[in-house]
Design a protein around this ligand. Structure first.
Ligand SMILES: Cc1cc2nc3c(=O)[nH]c(=O)nc-3n(C[C@H](O)[C@H](O)[C@H](O)COP(=O)(O)OP(=O)(O)OC[C@H]3O[C@@H](n4cnc5c(N)ncnc54)[C@H](O)[C@@H]3O)c2cc1C
Length: 441
């Protein structure tokens, strides 16, 4: 069974023109469209499948500053405030709560790394508490084990992936924007070198401003007009269990297993960082640029299969704008979960958290996590096509920082003071090597 997801109604006819068009209705696209609509712009959002149906409903729901790379920490901090304020602004409930995140460990080196991060985070005004063995045992009592230590980050939280993107999409509609599902953008048009329109399967929208928030599809889209965006995906498999357990932490990370309370009272279970690499033409094209990332993460990655080839998101093909594209053939990227990982994850969770034995598996799924060579997203205008902006490559962190990323996009599109310094996100930085720059956590 797929990850649960609220459905929303699609707007009527596609507009012939708009102040801005957002391509992709994941968490980044909906927040970008929301913050553009709040500035009084006429915004149309086009989504090839359903709002939130790819990565944005398949994740754990963690919205964290804890262990964030320095380049992303300011955006993570601002995003938590934006998650907080959204409900008051819109009356929509994304399920966001500052429940705090709990990390437990018996590994001295890991604990030392978290302590170093705590010291760095203090300089950015972020509070996080190292736990000694007694405190870790107390906070982690559901495990019934002793721990050398841990971390608790009280200002972090979780939102509900099954309803976050649909809630923000409803907020866009309330502001007068339009949301078009089952509507793939096939490409763009330019006049005098500037963006002049977005071509979709249902017609062309004339616009001078567009944002590509296409998740795992962004690089193959950019390839159509010759912009080189190195991006590769890893297939991550996770499961959820039914409600019925009380007394577990809301959000717990250990090296063997992570558990997150869901909006329905059940839990999402996963092994952090674990994934399979399904070979694709795009992976081969960018393999040398991903070498530093691969060397850092190889212990948790395993070779996958051919399903990435069949799904078409990382194709190197050039497609025509007057015929169905790979995006229309694959409305929702829904890779098969790795059953061995699902079994191992469940067994480890029952071993660590015995209370979960009263529950049953309610769903298991996989998602392609789109990554850049340095593990930091690409957000900014594509210099060769003024008016066209990229916001993709969120490298497994995009749900939590979705509000800040969307806000930053709206700032850049409208030429306003940016909510955070955009320098680290420059889409052109991939022309340089990623050695020594891969995000730590
Ligand atoms: C298993 C798993 C666990 C994760 N856990 C976390 C977590 O706990 N915390 C966290 O912060 N992040 C987490 N992530 C990462 C997070 O989910 C992503 O970084 C984030 O959802 C990316 O959002 P997005 O909007 O960029 O992409 P997506 O959610 O993938 O959305 C992109 C959308 O664009 C659409 N699209 C693409 N091309 C076109 C086109 N041409 N026309 C129209 N529509 C198009 C797609 O259909 C899709 O709906 C996790 C990811 C996975 C898979």
């Amino acid at each position: 069974m797929r990850a649960p997801l609220q459905q929303i109604e699609t707007s009527g006819e596609l507009p012939q023109s708009a102040d801005a068009v957002v391509i992709g209705g994941g968490i980044v696209g909906v927040f970008a469209a929301y913050y553009l609509a709040r500035r009084g712009m006429e915004v149309a959002l086009v989504e090839k499948g359903r709002i939130g149906a790819e990565q944005s409903s398949r994740n754990w729901g963690w919205c964290r500053q804890q262990n964030r790379d320095a380049r992303e920490l300011p955006m993570a901090t601002r995003s938590l405030d934006l998650w907080d304020s959204l409900a008051a602004e819109t009356g929509e409930d994304t399920g966001f709560r500052r429940c705090g995140l709990l990390y437990l460990s018996n590994d001295e080196a890991e604990l030392a790394g978290w302590a170093r991060w705590r010291d760095f985070a203090r300089t950015a005004g972020v509070t996080t508490h190292m736990l000694d063995s007694a405190e870790a045992g107390e906070r982690g009592r559901a495990t019934g084990r002793t721990w050398k230590g841990g971390v608790f980050s009280p200002t972090d939280g979780t939102a509900d992936p099954s309803r976050a993107a649909p809630s923000v999409a409803r907020a866009i509609l309330k502001l007068g924007g339009s949301v078009h599902q089952s509507c793939a953008a096939r490409g763009i048009e330019t006049e005098g070198g500037r963006l002049s329109g977005v071509v979709t399967e249902s017609g062309t929208i004339r616009t001078k401003l567009a944002v590509l928030a296409g998740g795992a599809w962004a690089s193959s889209f950019c390839h159509q007009f010759g912009f080189r965006f190195p991006q590769a995906s890893v297939r991550s498999s996770i499961l959820s269990v039914s409600p019925g357990t009380e007394g577990l932490p809301d959000a717990l990370h250990t090296a063997r297993i992570s558990a997150t309370r869901r909006g329905d009272g059940g839990y999402t279970l996963a092994i952090s960082g674990r994934g399979r690499v399904d070979v694709t033409p795009q992976q081969l094209r960018f393999s040398s640029q991903f070498l530093p990332m691969f060397l850092k993460r190889w212990r948790s990655l395993a070779p996958g299969g051919l399903q990435g080839m069949r799904s078409g998101h990382e194709t190197l093909r050039h497609w025509r704008l007057d015929q169905p594209t790979p995006m229309e053939r694959m409305r929702i990227l829904d890779p098969a979960p790795d059953q061995a990982t699902i079994r191992r994850t469940h067994a480890r969770a029952l071993e660590l958290l015995p209370a979960l034995r009263q529950t049953r598996i309610s769903a298991a799924w996989a998602g392609y996590i789109d990554s850049t060579p340095d593990g930091v997203p690409a957000i900014g205008e594509i210099d060769t096509i003024p008016g066209f902006f990229l916001a993709a490559g969120f490298s497994g962190h995009g749900f939590g920082i979705g509000p800040g990323a969307g806000h930053l996009v709206a700032d850049l599109v409208t030429g306003s003071e940016p909510i955070v310094d955009p320098k680290s996100y420059d889409p052109r930085r991939f022309d340089a090597s990623a050695w020594g720059k891969v995000a730590d956590f």
